[in-house]
Ligand binder design. Structure first.
Ligand SMILES: NC(=O)c1ccc[n+]([C@@H]2O[C@H](COP(=O)([O-])OP(=O)(O)OC[C@H]3O[C@@H](n4cnc5c(N)ncnc54)[C@H](O)[C@@H]3O)[C@@H](O)[C@H]2O)c1
Length: 335
């Protein structure tokens, strides 16, 4: 038997590619399953094996799992654009919910009992101004959040049915941003709508302006407030979660954020300041499915996983994202 591999779905995408790198650096063998719908072949570290295909394809998954001796799964693969999920809900239920169902069935079939799931703060819906804890009601206000919440339910029900043979950590990410500090990886998601990325694109001259969607929210400056977490800190939580499961940890659902919120205007001001570029800012209407404010109660993850943030300053998040953006993607010159 070859040594056990970790299966990373969506490992050619933004967060998944950072996870692949950290796993390899920590000595894991890694196999990536990605359909390259928004991911990139170049983003997958060459020490990992990339298998191009969909998590919705059971025979393909069975073959990959058997061939690579997969012992644990980090499941990042998903479609992630909230307004798109409002317009095309069934696409989101198929890719995110049915895709996860297919992956879970493959895991059960192969006897894989350790699973780490990329969930989202979108499961909380319009949570209001307070910090939101894992015990808060889950009432998604868009199909994206609903598609992810249904996956959490499948994980819980599967554990309930089989007990210790299937244990998981569901990580509810808040707003992930930033890039590796060595500049080797960052976000290259096509048509990304994430604020920090969009602002950095504008600062690098890749888009003419940034639109603020909604200036009449009930927040201090009227714009949306989010809890931004550096991608490297977030990914480290996955390695901590894997160690937790390896050590026999019980299933758990944890917020991944820093517990403090920044408004859209504060983020834009930070990127303008660090880049020295006063890119134009336009004001537009709210987007469907966007809550006013959502900030994590992040008190649980540290004690449970032993996780500790290392890059929590907004300036670090924006600076690394800006440097990555200015570098240009592999194969594309900086304009
Ligand atoms: N970026 C954030 O702020 C954020 C916040 C909360 C949760 N998340 C979750 O984190 C995960 C990763 O998001 P990301 O920002 O890296 O997005 P991304 O689009 O960069 O990465 C997603 C990856 O999954 C792949 N993929 C999509 N559907 C697939 C399928 N059916 N089969 C195989 N591969 C498939 C894509 O090609 C891509 O490489 C997602 O599950 C997302 O819901 C992200």
């Amino acid at each position: 038997m070859p040594p056990e591999s970790v299966l990373v779905t969506g490992g050619a995408g933004y967060i998944g590619s950072h996870a692949v790198r950290q796993l390899l650096d920590a000595g894991h063998r890694v196999v990536v399953v990605d359909d390259l719908s928004t991911g990139h072949r170049w983003a997958v570290d060459q020490r990992a094996t990339l298998q191009v295909g969909s998590v919705g394809d059971r025979p393909f998954l069975d073959q990959v799992i058997a061939a690579h001796g997969v012992g644990a799964v980090l499941h990042f693969a998903a479609a992630t654009v909230v307004p798109e999920s409002v317009a095309q809900p069934l696409r989101y239920y198929r890719n995110n919910t049915a895709g996860s169902l297919s992956l879970l069935e493959a895991c059960r079939h192969a006897g894989i009992g350790r699973f780490i799931f990329s969930s989202t703060a979108a499961v909380y819906g319009a949570a209001g101004g307070e910090r939101v804890s894992e015990d808060a009601a889950t009432v998604p206000i868009n199909p994206y959040g609903q598609s992810k919440l249904m996956c959490e339910q499948m994980l819980a029900d599967t554990h309930h049915a089989v007990g210790g043979d299937f244990r998981y950590v569901a990580l509810r990410y808040f707003n992930v941003a930033g890039a590796r500090l060595d500049g080797e990886l960052g976000q290259a998601t096509p048509r990304a709508t994430h604020l920090v990325k969009v602002a950095c694109e504008a600062a690098c001259g890749r888009r003419p302006s940034v639109t603020v969607f909604g200036t009449d929210f009930e927040t201090a400056d009227g714009t949306g407030v989010r809890d931004y977490i550096h991608v490297e800190d977030l990914v480290r939580a996955h390695l901590d979660a894997l160690a937790y499961l390896d050590g026999g940890g019980e299933p758990v659902t944890l917020n991944c954020g820093y517990g403090r919120g920044y408004s859209v205007r504060e983020v834009l001001a930070t990127v303008r300041q660090l880049s020295g570029v006063n890119f134009p800012i336009e004001e537009g209407p709210r987007r469907p499915g966007d809550p006013a404010a959502i900030v994590a109660d992040a008190s649980r993850i540290g004690p449970v996983l032993g996780w500790r943030p290392l890059h929590a300053e907004l300036a670090t998040i924006c600076q690394t994202a800006y440097e990555w953006e200015c570098r240009g993607l592999p194969g594309r010159a900086v304009e």
